[in-house]
Design a protein around this ligand. Structure first.
Ligand SMILES: N[C@@H](CCC(=O)N[C@@H](CS)C(=O)NCC(=O)O)C(=O)O
Length: 240
């Protein structure tokens, strides 16, 4: 049963959804800064009134901190970076502005990922796979020697792209789509991110199972591909 009040807690509370990549980026920033926080999941299919009161767009994440309810993941990450060390954004204003722009590019990439898993037929699925490859090819040109987006230091752009790349661990079990073909820097970058403790801790242990269930529920071309390969996927055990 849903409570009618927002949770009261001295620790920051991250209002979450188990699969949400925008929640993960905020969780990664909190973990990188060593901030203890509580995660509270909401059912996005049945949003409680207290959640709609504090989330003007009805979306996760919301961070309850400093006596306020902050919505929008970019605003949350910026607030955390302004108030808690270590700084993850670069000090130089021009570089910082570029980083903010690439954060937005990360959000657009998430929209293309949604277009991919919701594709109604093979033609759209292939088109969206190509669009994703084109986006990652763009990243290939801005990456340096790594291991992270800005070099040696982990930054907020890394926190944005780590949940982007997490989807592809699920997609690769379904088929070969060539998302990262010929992109050695992006491949090295995503391997570095996948190994980062904050990135690993930002998703639940049953993330892969939950993602599979979510993808199957799309009734999309991708769902049909999964079912063709794993006819019993609907019977996959789920932990709650
Ligand atoms: N621009 C938002 C996007 C957040 C977002 O799309 N959250 C999704 C879950 S991953 C959501 O809450 N969807 C529920 C809905 O749109 O009704 C942010 O960066 O925080």
């Amino acid at each position: 049963m849903h409570s009618t009040q927002p949770p009261a807690n001295p620790k920051p509370v991250l209002i979450s959804h188990a699969l949400c990549p925008y929640v993960q980026r905020a969780a990664i920033v909190l973990l990188e800064k060593g901030v203890e926080f509580e995660r509270r999941d909401v059912d996005l299919a049945n949003k409680p009134a207290w959640f709609l009161d504090i989330s003007p767009l009805g979306k996760t994440p919301v961070l309850l901190a400093g006596g306020a309810a902050l919505f929008e993941s970019a605003a949350i990450c910026e607030y955390l970076d302004d108030t808690t060390l270590p700084r993850l954004h670069p000090a130089d204003p021009l570089t910082r502005a570029r980083h903010r722009a690439w954060m937005e590019f990360g959000s657009e990439t998430l929209n293309t990922i949604a277009g991919f898993y919701n594709a109604a037929d093979e033609a759209i699925l292939t088109l969206k796979a190509r669009e994703l490859h084109a986006k990652f090819a763009r990243m290939e040109h801005v990456l340096g020697d790594g291991p992270y987006f800005n070099g040696a230091a982990f930054c907020i752009v890394d926190a944005v792209f780590a949940p982007v790349f997490r989807y592809f661990e699920g997609f690769k079990r379904i088929g070969e789509f060539g998302f990262f073909d010929g992109l050695p820097k992006v491949n090295a970058w995503r391997a570095s991110l996948a190994a980062r403790p904050s990135v690993r801790a930002a998703a639940r242990p049953d993330y892969a199972e939950r993602l599979l269930k979510f993808l199957l529920a799309r009734a999309s071309m991708l769902s049909r591909r999964i079912l063709a390969q794993q006819p019993d996927a609907f019977g996959a055990p789920m932990q709650h």
